[in-house]
Design a protein around this ligand. Sequence first.
Ligand SMILES: [Mg+2]
Length: 203
Amino acid sequence: MPPKWLADCGRKVDMRLGIDLDGVVANFILGWMTRYNMEFGTHLNEEMVEHWDAAGDLTHFTDMAAFWDWAGAAGGGPTVFRDLIPYPGALSTLNELAANHDIVILSMKPDWAASDTFAWIAEHHIPTREIHLIRDKWRVQCDVYLDDSPAALAALVEHRPEAIVCRYIRPWNDPVIGVRDIRDWAEFCSFIKEEECVWSQTA
Ligand SMILES: [Mg+2]
């Protein structure tokens, strides 16, 4: 049976929700650590990550460029982005919100990660018709953005002052003035449903 958002031709599109993938929908940290631990016999875990680009400190790689070469499997086999685990509640919430809103995927990815990212989105049936693999996410107009990247959040606030920008709270980001903090997917779902009421009264 098709998902509701596809089957319901009368779907009322309320807002465009710009959703980041890594650190928000997909657990990139667990993904690369699992692969790294298996390959190098280490015991890294997610709690060890306390700042952005922590892979540079936690691995034997001399810099992040070397880490990314490894994560990209150096051109052979699937990259680390192919088999990431979704965060709890992410997929069910996206499917629920897609009944009334456009899910717009905004993910900053290297060129070599694009095909694996599309495959991952397809495998997990992410309810979207619009995917942007882009560094400057603010270039894509959305009404609400959800991201975990300190740089992306700052840029969104600067360039999209009319939008609602949400920080998915992670150990590697900090509060940003003008940004709404989100603790988990349940809170994001509740927040969007509150905004639906405001939106429908002002639209
Ligand atoms: Mg992210």
